[in-house]
Design a protein around this ligand. Sequence first.
Ligand code: NAD
Length: 471
Amino acid sequence: LCCLIIGSDGSGSSTSATRYSEILGTARKAFLQGKPKSVEFRKKQLRQLHKLYEENEDALVAALATDLRKSRHEALVAEICYAKNDVANTLMHLKEWVAPEKPPKGIMFLLDDVSIYKEPYGVALVMGAWNYPITVALIPFAGAIAAGNCVVLKPSEVSAATAKVLADLIPKYLDKECYHVVLGGVPETTELLKERFDYIFYTGSTAVGKIVRAAANEYLTPVTLELGGKSPVFIDDTVDMEIATRRILWGKCMNAGQTCVAPDYILCTKEVQDKFVENAKKVLRKWYGDNWKNSPDLCRIVNDRHFQRVIKLIKSGKVAVGGDSDASEKYISPTILIDVKGTDPVMAEEIFGPILPIINIRSASEAASFITSREKPLAFYIFTENSATRKYLLENVSSGGVCCNDTILHLSVETLPFGGVGYSGMGAYNGKYTFDTFTHTKGCLARSMNPLGEKLAAGRYPPYNEKKTKS
Ligand code: NAD
């Protein structure tokens, strides 16, 4: 396997690992010459990225359909428009984000200037995952540009059609010295990670996240790891079950459950479970008709390997809803499992498919104990109208983020950081947090040479005495 690199010439020629050093060399030279640093340059690049989305909507939608059979609606709402809005928001605020901050200062520094400067790291590597191959690649990519870095983008080889479109389009719209797209699978990525980057932003599985962090360690490169995990849902009997059912199933069915913050499993009482299952049958029939496989709104599992992995999980517990599949199309129907135990295979790993197991618990505290006995999830969904229960769960369960009485939507609040904790990741992004992620905050004290200041601080100079020490 050779890798395709869209480098400074945009030619996409076949090449070996030595080309990575050339790419890094080109990017580093551009960075050291200060090319990506001026705010005007950054804005121009971001406007170009916006234009790329506008002018190539159909090509991007088609690539997402090839990779995941994403509907046009999901492609636009969860990927293209989402990423485009992020660029628009960054363009609107960039000037204020880049400006040095003036933090409060003590009396001793009254005559001095105390500032926090925003400095790009240098050359950043952004590695994307296949499930949202546009958003998880291009939102951090745009953030790295906004912060003034040069960037090497490595889209996932699993979503090959989208990766190819990005590799074709990015050099046509953006500066070819500062921004590069590298295509390839595990061997190529392994080589790429041997290079010295100034920042690495990785989205993908926890297992590979560890590999990326170990590689980054070689040069003490800071990393953001956007990983996965099993995001639980707690529901009690205080909520409107029709609304709760719709909101949970929407989060689970989007992208056929291949969403990092998809509700992974439900914790509720047997009584709540019965109502949920009853409502779910009605909701799914309304959304997808009598033959769900024919609905254009259900995505497919990304490849055979993942299809085989997910289909085995249906064997845990008992199928209450769905349970159909078609290997030739990589289709798995939305499926709800009941009578599931914490020790079943479906509870051992992140499902990343349209299967929704329900585990019965009797109380919020039992739910909290269940979740905290496992790795910390990326998201936690609390469905309750009881404020004491909500407070208890918020205070006693750690997770990357929380959404109460809905699923997934916390990601679209651009003023909230999005990221994991523990095995679900480290660092965060979204809106200004993305800019901050790719920015080194350089604290600077600029002392005044005013003799009055010198007199005020004279106590620091020897010879020391008790009076000076006390002052
Ligand atoms: P993937 O297979 O596309 O891998 C992600 C990236 O890692 C790709 O660029 C790939 O080339 C690279 N990679 C894979 N194996 C590697 C190896 N051995 N060495 C070096 N690089 C390697 O995606 P995935 O890991 O299957 O992604 C699914 C996971 O990503 C899920 O756990 C999901 O929850 C998580 N995810 C998290 C977020 C988030 O924002 N937190 C978003 C999307 C997906």
